[in-house]
Design a protein around this ligand. Structure first.
Ligand SMILES: Nc1ncnc2c1ncn2[C@@H]1O[C@H](COP(=O)(O)OP(=O)(O)OP(=O)(O)O)[C@@H](O)[C@H]1O
Ligand SMILES: [Mg+2]
Length: 242
């Protein structure tokens, strides 16, 4: 579903991605982790064309992201993205947040969009909040709405960039629970996260990045179990120490 082939990217003289190659098959969950500044956000943003790259190739469902002829807005409407900050429309109610993309981009009739929106709201456990505004919800609730909003567009894959790292600890699990459900249903997911419990539970593979390069790309069993690069070992021992 997602193929990343020898992708490199520079900001001026600084190489932020160094010959990155990996893939996410249909129905697969790939967790991307690594130290701060290693290029995780940059890599995931290249997948739906939010960041360009100078060399290599990325294909999503066989559509080349780097090809100038590719309609990037169309591609983005098919790939859901959830960021650290929820980025809901503050002036729209929750249900309006869930219908606006369906109506404007997918041209769905209002009633159909509303039915789909309400169903997704129920799925993330927030039916009671449909008429509230984002500012009236907790961070965890807003992030669940953001996931429901992405799902309302019937994405072929979902990208997550540290979706729980801005949340208070007690809200992290409610968001992870929604993501675990999604993974179990077979959604194709690429997830930047340091939540190793989530990775252990649902990831098929783990990609570990350091200084712009992918230095581990292996099954979760290999990543958490057998010997691997010293850099990944250091990272894991730090992150699992608490
Ligand atoms: N617009 C930019 N111009 C120049 N350098 C940038 C720009 N955006 C990011 N960088 C640099 O690229 C590197 C990778 O950034 P990126 O945000 O992808 O890292 P990350 O792995 O997601 O880090 P974090 O865990 O802190 O989110 C960093 O060194 C960052 O400072
Ligand atoms: Mg980041």
């Amino acid at each position: 579903m997602i193929e990343i082939n020898h992708v490199s990217k520079w900001y001026g003289d600084f190489q932020v991605l160094n010959d990155c190659t990996t893939h996410v098959d249909k129905g697969e969950v790939v967790v991307v982790c690594g130290p701060s500044g290693s290029g995780k956000s940059t890599l995931i943003k290249t997948v739906n064309g939010l960041e360009g790259f100078q060399s290599g190739d990325i294909k999503v469902d066989n559509v080349s992201v780097g090809d100038k002829k590719t309609n990037l807005s169309k591609l983005r409407s098919r790939v859901g993205m959830v960021f650290q900050h929820f980025e809901l429309f503050p002036h729209l109610s929750i249900i309006e947040n869930l219908t606006i993309g369906q109506i404007k981009v997918l041209k769905r009739p209002g009633e159909e969009a509303r039915t789909r929106g309400l169903k997704l709201l129920e799925r993330v456990g927030l039916s009671a909040h449909q008429d509230k505004f984002p500012g009236q919800l907790s961070g965890g609730q807003q992030q669940r709405v953001a996931i429901a909003r992405a799902l309302s567009m019937d994405p072929i894959a979902m990208l997550f960039d540290e979706p729980t790292s801005a949340l208070d600890p007690e809200m992290i699990n409610e968001v992870l629970d929604v993501m675990v459900e999604l993974a179990k249903e077979g959604m194709t997911m690429m997830v930047v996260t340091h939540e190793m419990g989530f990775a252990k539970k649902v990831a098929h593979r783990v990609v570990f990045m350091d200084r712009g390069a992918i230095i581990e790309d292996c099954t979760k069993e290999e990543f958490f179990g057998s010997p691997r690069s010293e850099r990944a070992q250091q990272f894991l021992s730090k992150i699992l120490a608490h």
